[in-house]
Design a protein around this ligand. Sequence first.
Ligand code: MG
Length: 464
Amino acid sequence: MQPLLLALLIAVSLGAYAAPRPNIVVILADDLGYGDLGCYGHPTIKTPHLDKMAAEGLRFTQFYSAAEVCTPSRAALLTGRYPIRSGMAHNQFRVLRAISTGGLPASEVTLAQTLKDAGYATGIIGKWHLGVWANNQPQHHPLAHGFDFHFGLMHSNDMNPSDKPKPPRANALVAQDPEWWNAALYRGRELLEPRTDQTQLSKRYAEEATKFIGTNKDKPFFLYIPHTFPHTPLFASERFKGKSSRGIYGDVLAELDWNVGEVLKALKANGVADNTLVFFTSDNGPWTLMGTETGGSAGLLKDGKGSTWEGGMRVPGIAWWPGKIKPGVTDNVGTMLDLYPTAAKLAGAKIPNDRPMDGADLSSLLLEERAVDRGLFCYYRGEKLFAARLGDWKIHFITQGSYGDPKPVEHAKPLLFNLAVDPSEAHEISADHPDVVARLAAAVEQHRATVVPVRSQLIDVVAK
Ligand code: MG
């Protein structure tokens, strides 16, 4: 056989002429509020790269994280399921702690695993918070959940305060020293630094992401970049520190924004930008309890992190794919739960069919501008369903302020808001719409019937 013909036959048999499957990049900020980016109306925080990404892509005005705090939110993103289903929520503990021995159960199938099974290279760079593998729990490592490559922290950057030197006050304190926090940095299972210099983290995440993209440019890849910031304590490198009129919070976001710019730059430099979907969002609303200096903004939305008012769970959402996603702004509701089925659809990967999945495939919205009615969206606080949205309407069965507020209020007569006209949830109108209240309550009961109680993974801790 002629060498040329042979090469052609081999190329065809390898599928070289099939449409290339897109790379998927998910960038997750930590505790970034709905009002914290330039493209979402912040007057003084400068986010030019994200603003450009939004201008070139599709910016959601009604995108939701699937939980009000870190651990359940990340579980939802990676499983496409409400965290109540996997045991990754708890009413009291809220998130996994440094002493936790629970974690994402092996029975859960992550988006990374699904894409890996479909032939994708998979990487995570940043904060995991789905299990503390250093507590003799190797099954809770990202490498045990479908990721081939890992670089980053096990959990939040404030979870191991140092004994020596001891932080003088809580982590809301503006002037921070990286020496106060034992933020252990890992590459895979190797502990690189027990107390990493957090001022360098955003820069190092960008370097690792750039390397990962270069290494994997010739095959489809899934890269998940869950940032450490703007979760407090806040640290920026010398290049960004002291530059923003918004203070350290603005400095940190400017550096996070730069990091996003570096990722997009690497995609372009490696010639894969036009075959990559990048989605940017946040794990929950702003940690308003941290005050004016280090807590973010939910903009026109009520409350923040920890709450099921809109500010706790409605977050920025930006989809970018040059040449595929038409630039625009959408008020179609989307949620973090939807990223799993959307990515799987684009990758031609199979999603689990032996369990309830809670996301909707948004690919036709992204690529064809066709509206997707994703149906009921439930707002859980811990293991309790506090509120739900269907269409423009939101019903609250229980309300409670942000993280730390001890007083939940159960509403015998649920509250009703029309989010299309009242995104700030200022006007309670249940008395005018008993039919809507009944319709939403019925939809919620249908959802509840699909939930099988499981023991929370957030309870167990290392024995003393
Ligand atoms: Mg968070």
